[in-house]
Design a protein. Structure first.
Ligand SMILES: [Zn+2]
Length: 142
């Protein structure tokens, strides 16, 4: 999660909403990423999607069963769907996102009957640090 927080800080330094994600397989970091939606003019370039995309490219598969994703903020619905489609084993996230989350808030994607693979979900890791990074970012924007 420390690496995910570092990715979040780097995203913030690029002017992106500071969220970071790290993909781990067999105890090794396969990919890490931060938000790049502004840089890429791509609304799908969330940290989670970037990490999954990079991980799939490196592993050479469209699915990553057995892989775990660490994210600083509760994933949105789009990312929750990508996590499900990629068949990730576990999701560890930091802060809850009552406004934009899709895991424990909003549509609760993994609990829907249309969700065909749900990872194990663990939350609250470095939640305060993740929240502080976001708060500081938006405070500086005002
Ligand atoms: Zn997302």
């Amino acid at each position: 999660m420390d690496l995910a927080l570092a990715e979040a800080r780097m995203a913030g330094a690029r002017g992106e909403v500071p969220v970071g994600a790290v993909l781990v397989l067999n105890g090794e970091v396969v990919a890490s990423a931060g938000n790049r939606t502004r840089e890429r003019n791509d609304v799908t370039a969330h940290a989670e999607i970037e990490a999954i995309r990079e991980g799939c490219r490196i592993i050479g598969d469209e699915r990553l069963p057995g892989a775990d994703l660490y994210v600083t903020l509760e994933p949105c619905t789009m990312c929750a769907a990508a996590i499900s489609f990629a068949r990730l084993r576990r999701l560890y996230y930091g802060a809850e996102d009552p406004k934009g989350g899709g895991v424990d808030n909003g549509v609760r994607f993994f609990s829907q009957p249309t969700c065909h693979h749900a990872p194990e979900v663990y939350s609250g890791f470095s939640a305060q640090a993740a929240t502080d990074i976001l708060k500081q970012f938006f405070a500086e924007k005002r």
